[in-house]
Design a protein around this ligand. Structure first.
Ligand code: PMT
Length: 235
């Protein structure tokens, strides 16, 4: 990109999917590859930003796009708790925060120190889950003046109206400045090279609609971040 509209802007991006351990060898996870978050980090750096990328279980091949750059600091994390600690540590130093990571809403209540063995039980085990903190809501509560916080909403929906409706409800719950709503499904959103998002502002107005490569989606989201940063500076 030839644009330099993020020069000196400090951007915190989260990518990938958290893994919540069951025992030393098993976890509850999700299909996020980290591609969308890495595309955001690379695009922001190309536009001049200093980027911190919190990468939850992102494969080296996906991270390769940013791992050699000195304008992107990659911090690997595993669980939602680790991601939360890293995000709380990095957010105060960020002008913009983009939460593209897929965070587990629940973790296993009691993680076993030894491998759960089939021969030790006569019935299928029942895992008790407890709620994880909502990292994004925590960051919004701690937001400093002028900081722009972008959330994602990954929704399965029957049609475009239901998608937007779910997005708007999530917007209200999270209190973010911008929400990138993407439809997800068995073949859509997670893992694929392409994505389609509608970006809502804090009032629920759709300010961008874009489908294309995850890089193109990243550029469009960053356009809205640039606009928000400019608006915040005027206030
Ligand atoms: O990684 P890829 O394979 O490229 O796929 C990209 C993606 C589909 C994962 C990405 O575009 C995306 O939608 N990321 C958000 C996935 C998600 O967890 O969405 P959600 O609707 O469950 O959560 C809403 C927002 O709250 C997200 O910004 C999420 O990071 C945040 N959250 C959710 C739960 C939680 N406990 N803490 C959070 O901060």
């Amino acid at each position: 990109s030839s644009r330099h509209d993020l020069d000196e802007v400090r951007v915190l991006v989260t990518a990938g999917g958290t893994r919540e351990p069951i025992d030393p060898v098993r976890f509850i996870g999700n299909r996020s590859s980290g591609k969308q978050g890495v595309a955001l980090a690379a695009a922001a750096a190309d536009r001049g930003a200093k980027v911190v990328l919190l990468a939850a279980n992102v494969e080296a091949a996906v991270l390769a796009d940013v791992s050699e750059r000195d304008d992107v600091r990659v911090v690997p994390v595993g669980t939602a708790a680790e991601l939360e600690a890293a995000a709380q540590g990095a957010a105060p130093g960020a002008d913009a925060v983009i939460m593209a990571a897929a965070v587990a809403d629940y973790r296993v209540a009691e993680v076993s120190d030894s491998k759960l063995r089939k021969e030790d039980s006569d019935a299928p085990p029942v895992l008790e889950l407890v709620e994880n903190p909502d990292i994004l809501v925590g960051l919004v509560r701690a937001r400093h003046d002028g900081q722009v916080i972008v959330g994602f909403a990954a929704e399965t929906a029957e049609d475009a109206d239901e998608l937007l409706e779910r997005g708007r409800r999530k917007l209200a719950r999270k209190g973010v400045d911008l929400l990138a709503v993407n439809a997800v499904g068995w073949v859509q959103g997670f893992e694929s090279a392409e994505n389609a998002v509608q970006v809502l502002d804090a009032d629920g107005r759709m300010v961008r609609e874009i489908g294309g490569s995850k890089r193109e989606v990243a550029e469009a989201i960053l356009d809205t971040v640039v606009d928000e940063l400019a608006a915040a500076r005027r206030e």
